[in-house]
Design a protein around this ligand. Structure first.
Ligand code: ATP
Length: 142
């Protein structure tokens, strides 16, 4: 069996993922970080985006928003404010949140609205992650 890393994704509400993976992609504040077994230890702030992890040919995705990631050679711990597995994302809810945020940003004009901007980022990440899952299912032939 290939060398693996333990991946734990925790939110204030629950343990979302606890698994072994061969490769993990994390949305860091300064860009995406790829982690393979044996990675040098580090702590990074999370941005809003997608966490993906691969075991063999199986890749799973989650939408995450803010928090921290601790990388150790054989363990990655993600403490995120929110994290949803692709299959648990309510796309209609995310679309509605995106629409509300866009409307608020339009109203705010050039002054901007950081809260609406953040809500837009979260909604966009959720829609993107969910759409990749649907793409996989669409291509799936039993
Ligand atoms: P909304 O306006 O729809 O509540 P939001 O971005 O304000 O969206 P958050 O405050 O980021 O929501 O999250 C609140 C809780 O709801 C978290 O537990 C988060 O995982 C969950 N959540 C938010 N949006 C979705 C979604 N589209 N599908 C599944 N869970 C969601």
């Amino acid at each position: 069996m290939a060398d693996t890393i333990q991946l734990e994704i925790v939110t204030p509400e629950r343990l979302v993922v606890n698994t072994q993976a061969e490769e993990i992609q994390i949305p860091g504040k300064t860009g995406y970080l790829g982690v393979l077994p044996g990675h040098a230890p580090l702590i990074t702030e999370l941005a809003v985006g997608e966490i993906s992890y691969r075991t063999g040919s199986d890749t799973r995705r989650l939408a995450v928003a803010w928090g921290f990631a601790e990388v150790l050679p054989h363990k990655v711990t993600i403490l995120a404010e929110t994290a949803e597995k692709a299959e648990d994302i309510d796309v209609a809810r995310a679309r509605a949140a995106r629409q509300r945020a866009e409307e608020e940003l339009r109203k705010a004009g050039t002054g901007g609205d950081p809260e609406a901007q953040a809500a837009l980022q979260r909604a966009t990440a959720r829609i993107e992650v969910a759409s990749k899952l649907n793409g996989q299912l669409a291509n799936f032939t039993p």
